[in-house]
Design a protein around this ligand. Structure first.
Ligand code: S3P
Length: 432
């Protein structure tokens, strides 16, 4: 449980300096999972030590994987191979982490033992039918609360057959769950998705030596694959960098260099959105780290313009819409976000949360069924707002506060430890 700690953020007179954000959350989860399922030793550097990734790590430790911490952000993981995990002696607690629960249910569905997954009060409300349904089509025996739609989930693993699955949602968690079940069994498993979701699983499985085909509209794996231990370098999380990108754009007199940020095209929608709004963001020193594209991002305060956002851009920026709504509140004109119904089933209903909180601070923001409409150019007042226990809402409100006319008190800020444990410290360091 997080501390319900409140924080007061004051108007900023400029953000300057050079920072490195913590490791990418999605890539850190996958590094722990695939290193555990590989044969031999892996060394993972730059790992995010956020609570979500620690939930994944503890789950694999509970299944017999030996892990040595060699530095604050470095682990050595002794992989046990696809058939070396042990039945966990207790329930696996996924905390707040949707990725841990959904992606791991794909792994566990194919393992020949019984496991139970649970999570915190937020995760237990989130839809799990989206992974249970395709895994059941593969023959998995999974039961869940609320008519097999919610956690806790009980999995009696094994006996799967491959499928071709057309996912109704562009979700990397669904795609990964099915591919990770499929990679452990004989035959070819294919997942089609309406738009391309993040492809970190496909890239990292290839990096660990598996053959996995990505094609327009989906991905395909023929199992069982052979994964071997590797050295993995995790790039900085673009979803964490996003808070500082928006902060520097909206606070006059700012210039920030964000070092070593992952810019995988399936994740970099936030850069496209902010550049389309007129934001000055330069990608410097492009390179590759463990199969993932990386760059340093130079961002300078800019006058932003409202835009229309929808379609394939949405899954490429799915975690960034809370902070996009903050950018839009300070942009000239109207910003409309559509095709983003998924925001309603994230850690909280992020459409309702941003409309309520930014609205309280004086922004003109209205919910749409599948997005929001923000009329920018208003000044924000100070006030008291709540994060609703959602890390990205808390950090988005902190960014809004940097440009509000009076102090903003944010309640329930301990949740930032989920994905960005040193967020408040970095924010303090760059105040000019
Ligand atoms: C994630 C995928 C996204 C994202 C989440 C992490 C992942 O969810 O919102 O924060 O690591 O695969 P969906 O795949 O459900 O859209």
């Amino acid at each position: 449980m997080h501390e319900f700690e409140s924080r007061t953020i004051l108007k900023s007179s400029g953000l300057r300096g050079e920072i490195t954000v913590p490791g990418d959350k999605s890539i850190s989860h996958r590094a722990i999972m695939f290193a555990s399922l590989a044969k031999g030793e892996s060394r993972v550097r730059g790992l995010l030590r956020g609570e979500d990734c620690l939930s994944t790590l503890k789950a694999f430790q509970a299944m017999g994987v030996a892990v040595v911490e060699t530095a604050a952000d470095e682990l050595i993981i002794q992989g046990r191979g696809l058939d070396g995990l042990q039945e966990p002696a207790d329930v696996l607690d996924c905390g707040n982490s949707g990725t841990t629960m959904r992606v791991m249910s794909g792994i566990l569905a194919a393992q020949p033992f019984f496991s139970v997954l649970t999570g915190d009060q937020y995760l237990r409300k989130r839809p799990m039918g989206r992974v249970i349904e395709p895994l059941r089509q593969m023959g998995a025996k999974i039961l869940g609360r609320a008519g097999n739609a919610k956690a806790p989930l009980a999995i009696d693993g094994g006996g799967l057959k491959p499928i071709e699955y057309r996912s109704p949602v562009a979700s990397a968690q669904v795609k990964s769950a099915v591919l990770l079940a499929g990679m452990q069994i004989e035959g070819t498993t294919t997942v089609y998705e309406p738009h391309l979701s993040r492809d970190h699983s496909e890239r990292m499985l290839r990096y660990f030596g598996a053959e996995i085909e990505s094609f327009e509209g989906g991905a395909r794996v023929t199992g069982p694959v052979a994964l071997s231990g590797r050295e993995v370098e995790v790039p900085g999380d673009i979803s964490s960098a996003a808070f500082f990108l928006v902060a520097a754009l909206i606070v006059p007199g700012s210039e920030l260099l964000l070092k070593n940020v992952g810019v995988n095209p399936t994740r970099s929608g936030i850069i496209d959105i902010l550049q389309q709004m007129g934001g000055s963001i330069e990608l410097l020193n492009p390179r590759e780290l463990s199969g993932e594209p990386v760059a340093d991002l130079l961002v300078k305060s800019s006058n932003l313009q409202g835009i229309e956002i929808g379609g394939e851009l949405v899954p490429r920026a799915i975690d960034e819409f809370p902070v996009v709504s903050v950018a839009a509140a300070f942009a000239a004109g109207v910003t409309t976000i559509r095709d983003a119904k998924e925001l309603r089933v994230k850690e909280t209903d992020r459409i309702a949360a941003m409309c309520e909180t930014l609205g309280l601070l004086g922004a003109r923001i209205a919910p749409l069924e599948d997005g929001m409409q923000i009329t920018g150019g208003q000044s924000l007042t100070g006030g008291k707002v709540n994060s609703f226990g959602d890390h990205r809402i808390a950090m988005s409100l902190a960014v809004a506060a940097l440009r509000a006319d009076a102090a903003v008190e944010i309640a329930d800020t301990g949740c930032t430890a989920t994905s960005f444990p040193n967020f408040w410290q970095l924010l303090a360091e760059i105040q000019g």
